[in-house]
Ligand binder design. Sequence first.
Ligand SMILES: NC(=O)c1ccc[n+]([C@@H]2O[C@H](COP(=O)([O-])OP(=O)(O)OC[C@H]3O[C@@H](n4cnc5c(N)ncnc54)[C@H](OP(=O)(O)O)[C@@H]3O)[C@@H](O)[C@H]2O)c1
Length: 325
Amino acid sequence: MKAIITTKYGSPDVLELRDIEKPIPKDNEVLIKIHAATITTAETMMRTGYPLIGRLFMGLTKPKHAVSGSGFSGKIEAIGKNVNLFKIGDLVFGESLSHFGTHAEYVCIKEDGIIALKPDNISHEQAAVVGDGYVTSLNFLKNLAKIKRGQHILIIGASGSLGTAAVQLAKHFGGIVTGVCSTRNLDLVKSLGADKVIDYTQEDFTKNGVLYDVIYDTLGKSSFAKSKKSLTKNGAYISPVLSMSLLFQMLTTSIFGRKKALFSATGTLSVTTLRNYLKEIKVLMEAGKLKSIINKRYSMEQIVEAHKYIETGRKKGNVVMSIHE
Ligand SMILES: NC(=O)c1ccc[n+]([C@@H]2O[C@H](COP(=O)([O-])OP(=O)(O)OC[C@H]3O[C@@H](n4cnc5c(N)ncnc54)[C@H](OP(=O)(O)O)[C@@H]3O)[C@@H](O)[C@H]2O)c1
């Protein structure tokens, strides 16, 4: 089968399309023929091997898992002899976080992994991207910030993968949502339901005197220190972008003061928690309450081009790899 292989850390040119052996499902696994896989900003960072701290998990001198890719959507082609939850022919979507491997024609996933039946009303491409933006933002807004109806939520990077999901989720949970984005993305963010949009090229949210219960900085473009005066007295600054200063502020605000700085590595949550998040999003998508924003589609042959595009930092929503039609 064809797969994208990364044998060393480096520029997008380290990515190679090669023929490798098709995996065989173990007794408790399903073999999925992948129709679409997401290509994420986090994956472009993993390819570089920076920040260095990430190598503790990803491999010290080269990537531990040669085939990249986590989010997938496809069709079950074979099942192990102990599989009860799925059958051949089921259309499924999810995340492969233990061994990645979804930038390939086939992947094996444990039947009790982060996997669910794909909603009929969304495409494979729309399903493949759910694990990045939606699952992460659900973890941040619901689990970390515990957002409540009527709270004021500011979302920085509202046009990105996490941001486009966060605007819709925050509205679903009854938040009063302000999205921060560039001029070119104002209409997109409004169309997702944001009550207000701030064009960061024209206005600095830290200087307009408005207070927020939660500031979700999906890109790590601001900081707890800069955002603090824009938080309500029990407000929280939450960000998925790890830095030493955020870790330090998380520690100090857990002891002192009422305003909090919070970080979480969503991929390290238990498989059960992540599968439940996936299923929660699935129900909302089936009901037509959330939609995946797809910016660009690439073939496997175009993987280098895809990484270069994502690294511009300007993608709107998500980028997908179309594998089998
Ligand atoms: N901790 C976790 O669990 C976890 C999980 C998944 C991802 N992540 C991390 O989360 C981060 C966000 O990923 P993502 O895929 O959502 O980002 P993304 O899609 O790559 O973000 C790009 C978007 O941000 C906009 N943007 C750029 N500069 C901005 C600014 N100053 N203010 C507001 N918007 C700006 C860009 O449009 P313009 O250039 O036009 O503004 C573009 O639409 C990544 O660092 C990723 O590694 C963490």
